[in-house]
Write a protein that binds this ligand. Structure first.
Ligand code: IVH
Length: 450
C-alpha cells in the first residue's frame, strides 16, 4: 500500500495514521528488544519513525501520549539526547490573503468585545525560513539548547548552538528572569550558503540544496567544529518557559532580548490596524530579495502579553498569532518522461522527470506523481485535482514547491499539450521482479488503496 504523502493528510487521517504508527513501531520495538527478532530493516524502521515525526510536525496537537517520538532518554540512532520542552513549541495558523488578516484582527476584536476600553496592538515581523531552537538560560548563562522536534520533545544540540556567534553564552545587561527559554530561528545567509557550496565543489564534495536544509544539516553535526564552520545566524523572536515576563508586551520583550545580546529582526514593528499590518507585509515583501536570507511570510502577534494569555491557544497554535505567507513560487516546465520507482514495501511510485527549472532558487528536476489516480487527476477519494486533467509525457506543467520544499504539480497547461501526447499507461507488472502489480483493498473503506 502506498502511503499518502504527509502534506495531503486530513486531520482525521493524520490521527488514524499516528495511531497506526504508534502501534506498529511499538510492535517492532518489542520484536527487536524483547524477542531479539526484528522483522524489518533499520532503514524501514527509521522510515516509520520519520513519517510519524513528519505527521506530528504538521499536526502538533495530535501528538499521542504513547508516541514513539516521546520516548525521552533513549538517544536516537543519530545520537542526540531528547529534551522535553518545558513549554511546547507551537506552530502558527496561516493567512494567505488580506481578507484572512482582516478576519484575524476581527476575531480578536470580537473576542475582546466585552472590554470596550481595550486598545489591542499587534506586532509584525518577518517569518524567517530556518529552524526554530529553544535556548535555556539559567541566571543569565546558556545551559541547554534544543531543536523543536515534534513541538513537545526536541533534540539536545547545545554544543552546536554554542558555536553560533549570535547566541550569547552569557546574557548582557541586567533584569533577565532567573530562568528563561529564548526562542528564535537559526538560519543561513545566501552568502554563507554560496561560500559553502564553492568550498565543497573545490574538493569534489556534496552538493547543497538550499540554505534551510543546509542550516538543518549543520545543526545536526556530531562534531560542533563543523557547525562552527557554517557561520549560522540566529534571530530571537519568542520565549517558552520563563520565571518572569521579559516585559508587558511582545514588542518590548523582544527589545529586551536585544539588550541581553541577541540579534532581533530590524523589520519588527508595532501597529494597530489590519491596514497597517498589511502595509508592513508589502514593505517586507519588497525588501525580501535584498535581505540576504530566506523569509516565507510575515508573522503578526497580539502585542499585550495579558491579551495573549486571555485569547489563548487552539490545537497546538496560539489564537493570538498568525503567519501571513508569501505566495508560493511557481515555474513552468515540461514532463520529459515518467519513471516507476519500486518502494521499500514493493509499492510502485511514479516520478515525473522534468526539464530542469528553478523554483524559488532551487533546481527542480523530479516531482512525485504519487500513484495511478494522481496521474489521472484524481485524489485518494476520487475527487478531481488539477481540474481533473491527467499528466502525460510531453505536457507543460506548473510546478510549485509546497511549504517551499517539496515540489508538486499544481496544474497542467492543457493548451500546450502536444497533439500526439497519450494518456499514461500505468504498468501492471513490477519493473524489477516482473510480478503482477495489484491494488490492495483497504479493509476499513472497502476501496482500493492507492
Ligand atoms: S513565533 C507561539 N515568529 O514559524 C508562536 N515563529 O509556524 C511561536 N518562525 O516553528 C512562533 N519566524 O520556526 C514566530 N518571527 C517569527 C518566526 C517564527 C519563523 C517559525 C518558527 C515556528 C514556525 C511556526
Amino acid at each position: 500500500m502506498a502511503e499518502k504523502p504527509v502534506d495531503s493528510l486530513s486531520e482525521s487521517e493524520a490521527e488514524a495514521e499516528l495511531k497506526r504508527l504508534a502501534e506498529e513501531i511499538a510492535e517492532h520495538d518489542r520484536r527487536y528488544h524483547t524477542e531479539d527478532a526484528p522483522v524489518i530493516t533499520d532503514a524501514e524502521y527509521d522510515a516509520l519513525a520519520r513519517r510519524n515525526l513528519a505527521i506530528e510536525e504538521r499536526f502538533p496537537a495530535l501528538v499521542r501520549e504513547d508516541s514513539p517520538s516521546l520516548r525521552v532518554g533513549a538517544a536516537p540512532a543519530e545520537g542526540f539526547t531528547k529534551v522535553r520542552h518545558a513549554v511546547p513549541m507551537l506552530s502558527l495558523a496561516k493567512a494567505y490573503t488580506d481578507d484572512d488578516v482582516t478576519d484575524f484582527i476581527e476575531r480578536g476584536r470580537r473576542f475582546f468585545d466585552r472590554d470596550k476600553e481595550l486598545d489591542i496592538a499587534f506586532t509584525a515581523e518577518p517569518k524567517i525560513d530556518g529552524l526554530s531552537a529553544s535556548l535555556r538560560y539559567e541566571n543569565g548563562v546558556f545551559v541547554q539548547g534544543a531543536t523543536r522536534g515534534n513541538g513537545a520533545v526536541g533534540e539536545d544540540i547545545t554544543a552546536n548552538l554554542k558555536t553560533i556567534a549570535d547566541i550569547p553564552a552569557k546574557l548582557k545587561g541586567s533584569g533577565w528572569p532567573e530562568t528563561i527559554e529564548i526562542r528564535g530561528e537559526v538560519y543561513m545567509t545566501y552568502a554563507e550558503f554560496e561560500a559553502l557550496k564553492q568550498r565543497s565543489a573545490a574538493v569534489g564534495g556534496q552538493d547543497y540544496v538550499n540554505p534551510r536544509n543546509t542550516a538543518a544539516g549543520s545543526l545536526r553535526q556530531k562534531d560542533p567544529s563543523v557547525t562552527a564552520s557554517r557561520n549560522l545566524k540566529f534571530f530571537a523572536y519568542a520565549w517558552g518557559y520563563t520565571t518572569a515576563d521579559p516585559a508587558p508586551t511582545q514588542y518590548d520583550s523582544v527589545q529586551k532580548f536585544a539588550e541581553w545580546g541577541f540579534k532581533i529582526s530590524p523589520l519588527m514593528v508595532r501597529a494597530k490596524s489590519a491596514e497597517e499590518l498589511i502595509a508592513h507585509y508589502h514593505r517586507i515583501e519588497e525588501q525580501r530579495s535584498a535581505l540576504g536570507y530566506d523569509i516565507d511570510g510575515v508573522v503578526y502577534k497580539v502585542d499585550q502579553l495579558e491579551l495573549q494569555r486571555r485569547w489563548g491557544f487552539v490545537t497546538g497554535e496560539p489564537r493570538w498569532a498568525i503567519a501571513h505567507k508569501f505566495p508560493a513560487e511557481q515555474a513552468m516546465t515540461t514532463v520529459q518522461k515518467i519513471d516507476i520507482q519500486v518502494g521499500r514495501t514493493g509499492t510502485l511510485a511514479p516520478v515525473a522527470r522534468l526539464a530542469p527549472v528553478t523554483v524559488g532558487g532551487v533546481v527542480v528536476e523530479n516531482v512525485t506523481l504519487h500513484n495511478e489516480d494522481y496521474i489521472k487527476g484524481l485524489d485518494s477519494t476520487g475527487q478531481p485535482i488539477r481540474d481533473g486533467i491527467d499528466v502525460r509525457i510531453g505536457d507543460t506543467v506548473v510546478i510549485q514547491r509546497a511549504g517551499d520544499v517539496i515540489p508538486q504539480i499544481v496544474s497542467v497547461v492543457i493548451d500546450k499539450r502536444p497533439a500526439d501526447a497519450v494518456p499514461y499507461e500505468f504498468p501492471h507488472t513490477c519493473p524489477i521482479c516482473g510480478s503482477p502489480a495489484t491494488r490492495e483493498i483497504n479493509e476499513k473503506t472497502g476501496n482500493e488503496d492507492s
